[in-house]
Design a protein around this ligand. Structure first.
Ligand SMILES: CC(C)(CO)[C@@H](O)C(=O)[O-]
Length: 496
């Protein structure tokens, strides 16, 4: 169980507590710095022994199908690492506590359960007009009718900053006169404030910023976040909102997962910690290089440029120990079939997956059909080709792919179409993740799929009107489903 903490009022945007924690950072004197001093090569560093003081606990956010498979696999490894599940809802925490505290994965006819997890509740935060509000804090509507929401958000932000300046008094001074001073909820004992070094994120792209905002104060430059999710653009968003300083942000690992995992509807209600591993896939992993240090525009610019380029060479092959630990742990678990790639190769895999998802996901979601439903239908092939013409042009124009051989052929519209058709064929019986989201009334990942293509197109002067139109239609469809669900009349009423 998570350690009890009364310090849940810390502003997630505030680096102070992270800095304080960093001073007790177990990695501060790690051999990592020694490797640098000894000028070890990238390959030597990659295979060097890991520091035995390295914190081993791996936190997993997201207990959807992929999160369950990954957490279960981690505990199934030989000499398994300690694993903490970070649950995003009280009801899930309740279900965990009342249940057997284990994750079950069905493969074929075999049900295999793993136990030994810790569970924590993610602090419940919500963002309004870029201000992060914790559970119990008033929101922008509580300030009354005469204050416009963005002004209310500004007032709340100032109040939060004032409160954080004096953490001693923050528990005694209520923000509003009529507000209860008791901010804690019965579940506070489930929330921890321990630093997090190894984090795997398996939530939907659209939920990632909110989830990380809630634990921002527990992450530092010694942490590694491994993203296992569809879509692109989440990391840019997180950097802009949570880690604007490249020097102090965590290391990122990007993963592309092709395992087929689902949760049958009847089981979802009976056991939220059950999933079916229906299709054996792989995980492609790559550590994102840390950003270049900008030379200061002071006196000796040439010297600082030379220094910056040495730092860059040094940094791009410099892996945080926690990143090496996560990669090593995931790649030693046979069932996950995880493999490490160079950043350039991983980026190309990501873009291929993005192109496939940009067709299969919106079309299946809008037409309410299984993946195979879009095949052998020339009207849909025409739509697919219009979308792929834009997507191919955007990808082939991306500056980050410049100089990489074969990009024009690899991302030609014809090759992308072949990829889409072959994945639709291989997964013809599957319900795409976007269709599942729409049917369940959940937010979709469309902004991180077709929306990412539109955004990168805008930067490059390529207008992606077809991708834009399809994105807006999916957003509209999600709204219709959500409204229908809100109006829904319950069919079964239990009067007992
Ligand atoms: C490839 C894909 C569309 C197959 O269902 C999958 O990535 C999904 O469902 O998002």
């Amino acid at each position: 169980m998570a350690s009890s903490s009364q310090e849940t009022h810390t502003n997630p945007q505030d680096d102070a507590s992270a800095r304080a924690k960093a001073s007790q950072d177990p990695l501060a004197n790690s051999p990592y710095e020694e490797y640098d001093k000894n000028k070890m090569s990238a390959v030597d560093r990659q295979y060097a022994a890991l520091d035995s003081n390295l914190p081993k606990r791996i936190y997993v956010i997201g207990t959807g199908s992929i999160g369950k498979l990954v957490a279960h696999s981690l505990r199934g490894a030989a000499n398994p690492p300690p694993v903490t599940l970070m649950l995003h809802r009280y009801s899930l925490m309740e279900a965990w506590k009342k249940g057997k505290k284990r994750i079950t994965i069905r493969t074929g006819k075999n049900d295999d359960w793993k136990a030994g997890f810790q569970a924590e509740l993610l602090p419940q935060t919500r963002r309004q007009h870029k201000v992060t509000l914790r559970e119990g804090q008033p929101n922008t509507w509580d300030l009354g009718d005469n204050v416009r929401p963005h002004e209310a958000a500004q007032i709340l932000q100032e109040q939060i900053e004032l409160e954080n300046e004096d953490t001693e008094t923050q528990k005694e001074v209520p923000m509003f006169e009529n507000e209860s001073q008791e901010q804690s909820t019965p579940q506070n004992e489930d929330i921890s404030d321990e630093p997090i070094y190894n984090l795997i994120i398996c939530t939907k792209a659209a939920r990632t910023l909110a989830a990380l905002t809630a634990i921002r104060h527990r992450l530092s430059s010694s942490s590694t976040i491994c993203f296992l999710q569809n879509g692109m653009g989440t990391i840019d968003e997180i950097n802009a909102e949570l880690f604007p300083d490249p020097e102090t942000r965590p290391t990122y690992i990007q993963g592309i997962i092709t395992h087929g995992v689902n949760v049958p509807r009847e089981m979802a209600e009976r056991d939220p910690f059950f999933a079916v591993h229906a299709g054996q896939g792989t995980i492609a992993l790559g550590i994102l290089p840390r950003e270049e240090t900008k030379p200061s525009s002071t006196a000796d610019e040439e010297a600082s440029l030379a220094q910056a380029s040495t730092q860059l060479i040094h940094k791009t092959d410099r892996w945080a120990p926690s990143a090496r630990y996560i990669i090593r742990t995931l790649t030693r678990i046979p069932v996950l079939c995880a493999v490490g790639f160079t950043p350039a190769e991983l980026l190309q895999h990501q873009l291929e997956k993005l192109a496939i998802n940009s067709i299969l996901n919106p079309l299946t979601a809008l037409l309410d059909t299984r993946n195979g439903g879009i095949l052998y239908n020339f009207a849909l092939t025409r739509t697919m080709r219009l979308l792929l013409a834009e997507t191919s042009l955007v990808i082939r124009s991306l500056p980050e792919l410049h100089g990489i051989p074969n990009v024009n052929t690899r991302f030609s519209p014809e090759r992308l179409e072949t990829l889409v058709v072959s994945v639709a064929n291989q997964t013809k019986e599957n319900i795409s993740s976007m269709l599942a989201d729409i049917r369940a009334g959940r937010q979709t990942e469309i902004k991180y799929i077709n929306g990412y293509i539109v955004k990168r197109g805008e930067e490059l002067g390529v207008q992606c009107v077809v991708n834009y139109a399809i994105m807006q239609t999916v957003i509209g469809k999600a709204l219709i489903t959500q409204r229908e669900a809100d109006d829904d009349v319950p069919q079964e009423i239990n009067y007992s």
